[in-house]
Design a protein around this ligand. Structure first.
Ligand SMILES: [Zn+2]
Length: 531
């Protein structure tokens, strides 16, 4: 067989079997009927021609088989995640993949994934591996590459010209569809991701808020516990009106729930660094954030004792310069079983830490496992299985919406319990401290609306469910910087994660020019700050 034939065969295979998401999204816009048939065929032709051209240019003599096998294997994974969860593989998703740890990855493993990899990855790869390629001279190889690339380019361009009216509106109005093209979109993402990684490693580290000064020491000191939640949806909190009683504990604690709060991104890798960054959602960029001090760095510099405990993957770079402890291991977390370490385990030695710091304010960040999907049923102890039956698999497409919702809501119940335990810790310390809880989720989650699952869609197309997050605050009665009444009156204001940076500075009374009072949640009530 010659090289060109093999490339054409692989391209047809990829188009036919790895692009269910792409074609099902297209046929949603242009339903399969006689009127659209010609256009739909032309899309397949253009897509195939583009694929053949890319592969032709990448396959040169000895690279042919490795390139084709790599593409087939990667595409089988991409196809599984796009088909199963309606996600897309963009640079943020790749960042998530790179930062995912083994247990998170094993949550996503499944028999269906194995089938995809075997049928769409390994089997065609074996075929490519065993194909007897005729090898000619270097000149002939280059000639055949040029021939194949130009024929496919010609066919693609000609098809677009013939259907030019259709394509003009198609390209303008359905930009989203290209996200589902496999493998072209993830290949573009890989190159972008690699480019930005190289670029960010060359950026110098920038300190900000050099003028930051701590407020004069107050008696009592401040103890704030900030809980960075995971994958919780605002509309699943009964505090925000959800018909199921998912916040029985927090309701007793008389917390303030902010009902109109929006995330900076739709994934942990974006939202977590973004909320602590001086950059807001509009000018946030992972490279800039990584090479710039965040609000925890500023607080630590002004003398606040800052501690980060992590029961999630990691701090996504936020806690690189402060004290950090991993709670996904039984060494630190006493509440671990074979497959899960509980968020409540992070509270075990908190009192010890607090007692060991007799000077200065204290900020403890607890990064939760929360509602991390798709295996929601693993996220809570059996005692919290209030809503049944629950989806007992990570194959969400195999479960009914009801059982997925049940498992998800049980995990919210467990977060409610966890947060009430955090408040217990704070209550025990109010003799010596002004104490406060600041809880917010990093992003939301799709639970089957529009057939979407999980999170991570690009912000501009992400549904509300992935962006609307729960935010809860609680303060001890002796807390001097809070106008409780005004705060409650303003709990329905529209806010987003840009506010986190400034709220933390405000909470600890840090004076600096980078502080924007209009983005401080507690500043709603005007001049109530004392001291
Ligand atoms: Zn997350």
């Amino acid at each position: 067989m010659n090289k060109s034939t093999l490339i054409v065969l692989v391209s047809i295979f990829l188009m036919a079997f790895d692009n269910r998401a792409f074609f099902s999204n297209i046929t949603e816009v242009y339903p399969l009927n006689l009127d659209n048939a010609a256009f739909l065929i032309s899309v397949a032709v253009v897509f195939g021609a583009a694929l053949i051209m890319i592969l032709a240019l990448a396959c040169y003599r000895y690279t042919t088989k490795p390139v084709l096998i790599t593409i087939l294997m990667l595409s089988s994974f991409a196809a599984y995640f796009m088909d199963s969860y309606n996600t897309v593989i963009d640079t943020d998703m790749l960042r998530n993949v790179v930062q995912t740890n083994v247990s998170e990855a094993s949550d996503l493993m499944s028999g269906t994934l194995a089938m995809y990899v075997i049928l769409l990855g390994i089997l065609p790869s074996l075929f490519v591996y065993r194909a007897q390629l005729t090898t000619g001279s270097v000149r002939r190889d280059i000639l055949s590459t040029v021939k194949l690339a130009s024929i496919s380019l010609g066919v693609g361009v000609l098809t677009i010209v013939i259907f030019s009216n259709f394509y003009a509106s198609f390209i303008r109005e359905h930009k989203i569809l290209r996200y589902y093209a496999n493998p072209s979109f993830y290949l573009v993402s890989i190159f972008k991701f690699a480019g930005s990684a190289i670029e960010s490693s060359s950026l110098p580290f920038t300190m900000i808020a050099q003028d930051a000064k701590a407020a004069p020491p107050e008696r009592p000191r401040e103890l704030i516990i900030m809980v960075v939640g995971e994958t919780a949806r605002a509309d699943r909190f009964s505090l925000n009106g959800y018909e199921r009683e998912t916040n029985p504990e927090l309701a007793k604690d008389d917390v303030i729930s902010f009902s109109d709060f929006w995330s900076c991104g739709t994934s942990t890798a974006v939202s977590v660094p973004c909320m602590f960054s001086v950059y807001g959602q509009s000018d946030y960029d992972q490279k800039k954030a990584e090479s710039t001090e965040n609000v925890l760095d500023i607080l630590a510099r002004t003398g606040v004792n800052v501690l980060w405990l992590d029961n999630n993957s990691d701090s996504k770079g936020v806690a690189d310069r402060i004290t950090y402890l991993d709670f996904k291991t039984p060494e630190n977390n006493p509440e671990c079983n074979d497959e899960e370490c509980r968020d409540t385990g992070m509270l075990t030695d908190l009192q010890e830490y607090i007692d060991a710091h007799p000077k200065g304010d204290i900020l403890i960040v607890l990064h939760q496992m929360g509602n991390h999907g798709p295996a929601y049923y693993k996220r809570y102890p059996k005692a919290f299985e209030k809503y049944t039956p629950v989806c007992q698999t990570n194959q969400l497409e195999d479960c009914s919406k009801e059982t997925i919702n049940n498992a998800y809501d049980n995990a919210i119940l467990y977060t409610d319990f966890f947060l009430s335990k955090v408040i217990d810790v704070l209550r025990r310390n109010t003799a010596e401290f002004e104490t406060g809880l600041f809880y917010l989720s990093d992003h939301g989650e799709s639970l089957g609306e529009f057939d979407m699952y999980l999170h991570g869609l690009p912000l501009f197309i992400a549904p509300e469910a992935q962006r609307h997050v729960p935010v809860v605050m609680w303060f001890s009665d002796n807390f001097s910087g809070v106008n409780d009444k005004a705060l409650r009156a303003g709990k329905d204001r529209t806010m987003n994660q840009d506010w986190v940076f400034h709220t933390l500075l405000g909470l600890f009374d840090v004076r600096t020019d980078v502080y924007k009072p209009n983005l401080d949640i507690l500043n709603i009530s005007g001049p109530v700050k004392q001291g």
